[in-house]
Design a protein. Structure first.
Length: 132
């Protein structure tokens, strides 16, 4: 036996009044926040708002209005001060987590990592020599 769900009513589909739709579109073009955040704030899908924007752009173009395709960019000249040398940071060395030294004496393997105490290393080697 299969389960069926019956939806009654209009669901999430809404009929937006033209004034509300115009307000939402104006907010999306304001540049104060992203189109997605405007859509989410009004409880709608971002794709729906992008569709409204595209339809508005087409409507304006058909009426002869010039609609910018991209936001105009402003490029300022960069002034380079020749007197000040560029600051170069020293590159940090990456230390591997692998052992720095590996010894194998008579089938016994000893792995010595960086920062190990020299006295402890000497004692371990002496103990291995003594067991031969």
């Amino acid at each position: 036996m299969e389960r069926f769900e019956v939806f009654t009513g209009a669901g999430r589909r809404r009929d937006w009044p033209p004034e509300v739709k115009a307000t939402i579109l104006a907010e999306s073009f304001s540049g104060q926040e992203s189109v997605c955040s405007v859509a989410r704030r009004h409880g709608m899908s971002p794709s729906q708002l992008f569709t409204w924007r595209r339809l508005l752009r087409k409507q304006l173009e058909s009426q002869g209005a010039t609609v910018p395709a991209l936001v105009p960019a402003v490029v300022d000249a960069v002034i380079v001060d020749e007197r000040a040398p560029a600051i170069q940071r020293p590159k940090k060395r990456r230390r591997s987590k692998a052992s720095a030294v590996e010894l194998e004496i008579d089938g016994v393997a000893v792995k010595i990592s960086r920062g190990a105490d020299a006295g402890v290393i000497a004692a371990v080697i002496e103990a291995l020599k003594a067991t031969r």
